[in-house]
Write a new protein. Structure first.
Length: 348
């Protein structure tokens, strides 16, 4: 009896000791895709990926000490987007996962392809999260994904992967996540305004060498799966007053063509009302926005500041909408409130 009990106890202990995650993988054995680029060329989909060396980052004391070799760019081609992504596995030495994807970038050529196919293919990948940020670009994808952060900082801290912090300081073009991208692209009366990325080589330098950085240069407009065109930040200057997420945006006050002061504006509240005039639809936009005087270049009263700020905001909202109409684009998505085509007339 004593031998039998001892024998059973040994096997129980062995079973406990041997149990565990037999199929677990270490961080250095996995290729973590952090950004996905989609292009369309010669009838084929071209996929680019950005991968980060998380094993190296994990060994460092802070995320601001990553090295030059911590980013890997992949490329694959296929007749469909799914085939292109699958082709990445051919020469991969490690398992590829998309669970850490935080950015999706589409080229201007991709907008002119089958956007429904692209969206369906992205959404079918269960690993891709709907919180990923989405952009458009005209830049070569390989160069875009190879940009380095200043001070050898982690790519995870760049505008590509974390656009909210730069937007808080300069609210011009609001960033958009995949969940919003999907919803707005599928809404028949919504105009999707997708931020466009470019490579800035003029603002920053290290020694005598310029430092290339991400910049939001404007928006790509899409509606009903159709590409409507590209608009610069200056074209979309009125968009900041129509966006409740605006946290900080500068406004220059002018008098006789000369700047007399600068305001910092934030938290716009927008109300839009509609009416029929002579059988034609028109709309009125009411914007209430907070602001503080940052710099006064010439003596000017508070009343004059408010009047000039109101006029400047009114002008920017109208000019942005007018530029959209030149490309038959409803940049403020007001068309969903009536069924007839939008007719802009007079000074409305």
């Amino acid at each position: 009896m004593r031998k039998s009990a001892c024998f059973s106890l040994i096997w129980v202990l062995l079973a406990v000791g041997l149990s565990g995650c037999w199929d677990s993988e270490t961080i250095q054995d996995i290729n973590y895709i952090t950004a996905l680029g989609i292009d369309y060329e010669d009838g084929n989909y071209v996929v680019y990926t950005q991968s980060m060396d998380f094993a190296r980052l994990a060994k460092q004391e802070s995320p601001k000490s990553s090295s030059e070799g911590s980013v890997l760019v992949g490329k694959a081609v296929g007749n469909t987007l799914e085939l292109a992504i699958t082709s990445l596995h051919r020469a991969s030495q490690m398992r590829i996962i998309f669970q850490h994807l935080t950015a999706i970038v589409l080229t201007e050529r991709a907008f002119q392809a089958d956007m429904h196919h692209i969206l369906d293919a992205i959404c079918r990948y269960y690993e891709i999260r709907y919180r990923s940020w989405v952009y458009g670009t005209r830049e070569p994808m390989k160069e875009l994904f190879s940009l380095r952060n200043p001070f050898n900082g982690s790519q995870r801290l760049s505008l590509l992967h974390e656009p909210k912090e730069p937007y808080k300081q300069r609210s011009m073009i609001p960033p958009i996540q995949l969940v919003q991208f999907t919803k707005q692209l599928r809404e028949p009366d919504q105009t999707l305004l997708l931020p466009s990325l470019k490579i800035n080589q003029s603002n920053w330098s290290q020694g005598e060498q310029s430092v290339r950085q991400f910049e939001i240069s404007g928006i790509y407009a899409l509606k009903n799966d159709k590409y409507k065109g590209w608009f610069s930040v200056s074209d979309m200057i009125g968009m900041r007053w129509m966006t409740p997420q605006t946290e900080a945006t500068p406004l220059a006050i002018e008098e006789d063509g000369k700047e007399v002061g600068y305001l910092s504006m934030h938290e716009p509240k927008v109300k839009t009302s509609f009416r029929m005039a002579d059988g034609r639809p028109s709309f009125r936009i009411h914007v209430k926005v907070k602001g503080e005087l940052q710099e006064e270049l010439t003596a000017i009263s508070e009343k004059e500041i408010k009047q000039k700020a109101q006029e400047k905001i009114r002008q920017e909202i109208y000019e942005t909408y007018r530029k959209g109409m030149k490309k038959q684009t409803d940049v403020y998505s007001v068309a969903h409130l009536w069924s007839d085509p939008i007719i802009i007339h007079g000074n409305k």
